[in-house]
Design a protein around this ligand. Structure first.
Ligand SMILES: [Zn+2]
Length: 381
């Protein structure tokens, strides 16, 4: 079956026609005379998703149907690949979430193709206030290879990324073992010394999770763990560019230091994609979602309660704030995270699997018209 998609190439602005045969791009042809208001881009790739539109991957009661549903919700936002992110929790709850993800991947082929793997964020994190963020103290522990191996086996080797604090006892050795078996190690929720960060990099750590967040409110001017991670050329960084987690000046500087190794993540909670209002949360107390999309504790409005933006919201924030142009913002949320996960740079070209989004550009930024996953139309507005 042949499908054709017409629109402007997101990189060049040239009018193109993408022809899909048997779920692969067969060719891309130019149409210089046509003028299209629609933009053709690679599907977005989100390496940190905790929830979306009412579904919480960490509720402890995650079902297979919810995993299928959240994948559909993300397709609607232009996300064609993602890492469901399981945070610090009891072993039993982590295991039941793993089971639900595995069942969903086995049940629906396109869900299995959209879930690149599981991102385990915790429980091997810092206990210090600030670096710990909202991770529950009682379940935080030191790295335990035996326990991790049990989870990995249960997941069918689907754990592809782990965020940990390298200063914990045994962490550097643990990082080495992850690197050996191809699990991406990302430093995060950490209060590590510069020396420890360097040891972690030598052992194979490749990334920093949401750099600049989950940190102490005050740090020594230098040295400190933010400078050290920024200065380590081996480390990619992820940024929560939702407009609330990082000031624009910080995003500007971080992306200038790492122009080719900065990626965007949503770090979205279940409140992302919901309408403004007050909600109750199991992490404690009422939560308010403002019309601007800021999610905060009702009792202490200065405290953020997680992210309520989709990855597309972050792409739009980067463009609106002049932090990146359209092709760069999209690459940071699509080809770049894919490159980090797969080790190879992919492009929109012939013979590549067709994860494509057709966007329309309006006053508030890009919105999704159509999403193709592996060449199949999975969403149309
Ligand atoms: Zn985090």
């Amino acid at each position: 079956m042949t499908t054709t998609i017409k629109g402007a190439n997101y990189k060049t602005g040239d009018s193109i026609e993408v022809q899909i045969v048997d779920n692969l791009i067969s060719q891309i042809v130019g149409h210089p005379s046509e003028n299209s208001s629609q933009i053709i881009a690679p599907g977005l790739v989100d390496l940190q998703v905790n929830g979306f539109k009412g579904i919480d991957l960490n509720s402890g009661e995650l079902t297979e149907d919810e995993v299928i549903q959240i994948t559909q919700f993300l397709w609607e936002e232009g996300v064609t690949a993602f890492l469901p992110t399981l945070i610090t929790n009891s072993s039993a709850k982590i295991e039941s979430a793993i089971d639900a993800i595995v069942q969903a991947c086995d049940k629906k082929v396109l869900v299995g193709k959209s879930i690149l793997g599981i991102h385990l964020e915790g429980p091997f994190l810092s206990k210090e206030d600030g670096p710990r963020g909202a991770h529950p103290m009682e379940h935080i522990q030191n790295p335990d290879w035996q326990l991790f191996s049990e989870w990995q086996e249960r997941s069918g080797n689907r754990i592809k990324k782990i965020t940990l604090a390298p200063e914990l006892p045994g962490a550097v050795e643990f990082i080495g073992r992850c690197a050996e078996v191809g699990v991406l190690v990302s430093l995060g929720h950490t209060a590590a010394s510069p020396e420890k960060i360097q040891e972690a990099v030598k052992a194979g750590a490749k990334m920093s999770t949401h750099l600049g967040n989950a940190a102490h409110l005050s740090l020594p001017r230098h040295p400190n763990y933010i400078w050290e991670q920024l200065a380590s050329d081996e480390l990619w960084i992820s940024l929560i560019a939702d407009g609330f987690h990082l000031p624009e000046s910080v995003i500007k500087v971080f992306t200038k230091v790492k122009p080719n190794t900065s990626i965007l993540v949503s770090d979205s909670t279940k409140f992302a994609g919901l309408s403004a209002g007050t909600y109750s949360s199991h992490i404690g107390g009422d939560i308010e979602l403002s019309t601007e999309g800021r999610l905060f504790m009702k009792r202490s409005p200065e405290l953020l309660a997680g992210s309520a933006q989709s990855l597309l919201g972050c792409v739009n924030h980067m463009m609106k704030s002049d932090l990146a142009n359209l092709p760069t913002a999209i690459d940071m949320a699509s080809l770049k995270p894919m490159e980090l996960m797969s080790g190879t740079l992919q492009k929109l070209n012939s013979k590549s699997p067709t994860d494509i989004v057709v966007f329309e550009k309006g006053k508030s930024g890009l919105s999704v018209i159509k999403t193709f996953k592996s060449g199949q139309l999975v969403f149309t507005r």
